[in-house]
Ligand binder design. Structure first.
Ligand SMILES: Cc1ncc(COP(=O)(O)O)c(C=O)c1O
Length: 374
C-alpha cells in the first residue's frame, strides 16, 4: 500500500508526459536572462501566430465572463469549409491531445488493446494505458511504421484501435499516400484507425494525405489535426477530429463541457482565414530545416529526413547534451523516453535561433567527455 491507498495499477503504469521546459523555468534554474533563452523543444511555430488570430484573441477577451459555445458552431463551419467536409464531420477539442484521449476512452478498456508503431507520439501510450488497455508496439522498419506488421498485430481480437501519425513525431517520417490507403482498406472494419496529422501543413500539397480517398476506403476512421503547430496557437489548446458524425457523437459524450475556450475558437477561425501566414511558415520551415540538416551533416551527426518542423539528430547521450545546452540557454528535447537515448529532437526555429543552437552544440561537444558524443 502507498501513502495514498491503492492507486489503480494501470494509472501507475502511465509514463509521465515530459513536456518541453518553459523558458522562464530554465532561466530561473540556470540564472539566465529569459530574453536570451531559445526554446527549440516543443515544435512550436517560431513566427508566432497570424496577426489576424492575435486580433481575434484581443477582441474575444471582452467576453471572458461568458462560457464558450460548446457546439463550436463558427469554428466547426470554418474547419469544414477548409477541409471540404460537412460541419457535422468535425469535432473541435482542447488540442488534438483531447481527441487522442477521447478515442481511447470510447474504444478501449482493460480487456482491449491498441496497436501503435515504435517511436510513436508518447501520448498514444498514455491514452491507451489510462483506460487500462494494452499498447501493442510494432517495431519500425527503416524508421517507418511497418504497416504489414501492424496489420498482422491488429488481427489480435483484443485490438480495437490503431494510432498512426504522418508526419510522425519524433522521427519526422511520413507514410506514402498509397501505402496508407492500402493500410486503411486492409485494417479490420471494427478497428478504429486514428490518423494524426498534427504536422500535415508542413508537407508540400502533393504529399498531404487525401483524406477523401481514405474515407472512401473506410468509415471507421478518425483524422486529427491541430492549431498548435503551423498555426502557432499552442497556448490556446485547440485541435480537431474529422470523422463520421455518429463516431464523433460518441466522442462528444465523453468531452469535458466547454473544453475549447472561446478565445481559442475565435483565434482558430481567424487563423484558418490567413493562408498567407501558413504559406510563409511552411516555406521558412523548409528552408531552415534543410539548413539544419546540412549543418548536422557537416558536423558528422546523423539525422533522419524530417517532413515536420523538427529534426531528430544522433548527438550521443541526449540527456547530457540537452542539459549542457540548457545551461547555455538553448532548450531542446532529449528523447530517451522514446527509446532513443542517443538522440535529440530539435525544433526548427528562426535563423538566428538555429545558428545559436549550432554554436552552443559545437561548444558542448568540445567540452564534453568523448563518451557522450556520438
Ligand atoms: C504527433 C502529435 N500529435 C498530437 C500532438 C498534440 O498536439 P496538441 O494537443 O497541441 O494539438 C502533438 C504535439 O506535439 C504531436 O506531436
Amino acid at each position: 500500500m502507498s501513502d495514498f491507498g491503492f492507486p489503480l495499477p494501470h494509472v501507475v503504469s502511465i509514463p509521465p508526459y515530459p513536456p518541453g521546459r518553459p523558458i522562464d523555468a530554465v532561466a530561473r534554474e540556470f540564472g539566465l536572462d529569459p530574453a536570451a533563452v531559445v526554446k527549440l523543444a516543443s515544435n512550436e511555430n517560431p513566427l508566432g501566430c497570424s496577426p489576424k488570430a492575435a486580433e481575434a484573441l484581443r477582441v474575444a477577451v471582452a467576453e471572458t465572463h461568458l462560457y464558450p459555445d460548446f457546439d463550436c458552431h463558427a469554428l466547426r463551419h470554418a474547419i469544414a469549409a477548409h477541409v471540404g467536409v460537412a460541419a457535422d464531420h468535425v469535432l473541435p477539442g482542447a488540442g488534438s491531445s483531447e481527441i487522442i484521449l477521447l478515442a481511447a476512452r470510447a474504444w478501449l478498456d482493460a480487456a482491449r488493446a491498441a496497436v501503435i508503431p515504435q517511436y510513436a507520439f508518447q501520448s498514444y501510450e498514455g491514452a491507451i494505458r489510462s483506460v487500462g488497455a494494452e499498447p501493442i508496439v510494432v517495431p519500425v522498419r527503416d524508421w517507418k511504421p511497418d504497416l504489414d506488421a501492424m496489420l498482422a498485430a491488429a488481427t489480435d481480437k483484443r485490438v480495437h484501435l490503431v494510432y498512426l501519425a504522418t508526419p510522425n513525431n519524433p522521427t519526422g517520417t511520413i507514410i506514402p499516400r498509397d501505402e496508407l490507403e492500402r493500410f486503411a482498406e486492409a485494417l479490420p472494419a471494427h478497428v478504429l484507425l486514428v490518423l494524426d496529422e498534427a504536422y500535415r501543413e508542413f508537407l508540400p500539397d502533393d504529399e498531404q494525405v487525401d483524406i477523401a480517398r481514405l474515407f472512401a476506403r473506410r468509415r471507421n476512421l478518425l483524422v486529427m489535426r491541430t492549431f498548435s503547430k503551423v498555426y502557432g496557437l499552442a497556448a490556446l489548446r485547440v485541435g480537431y477530429g474529422i470523422g463520421d458524425p455518429e463516431l464523433l457523437a460518441l466522442l462528444r459524450r465523453l468531452q469535458l463541457p466547454f473544453s475549447v475556450s472561446a478565445p481559442a475558437q475565435a483565434a482558430a477561425v481567424a487563423a484558418l482565414g490567413d493562408t498567407a501566414f501558413v504559406d510563409t511558415a511552411r516555406r521558412e520551415n523548409e528552408t531552415e530545416r534543410t539548413r539544419m540538416a546540412a549543418a548536422f551533416d557537416a558536423m558528422g551527426i546523423e539525422t533522419i529526413a524530417s517532413a515536420g518542423n523538427f529534426v531528430l539528430a544522433r548527438t550521443g547521450d541526449g540527456a547530457a547534451n540537452a542539459r549542457a545546452l540548457m545551461q547555455k540557454g538553448v532548450i531542446v528535447r532529449p528523447v530517451a523516453n522514446y527509446g532513443l537515448p542517443d538522440w535529440l529532437r530539435v525544433s526548427v526555429g528562426l535563423p538566428h535561433e538555429n545558428d545559436l543552437f549550432f554554436e552552443k552544440l559545437r561548444e558542448v561537444r568540445s567540452e564534453m567527455p568523448k563518451a557522450a558524443v556520438a
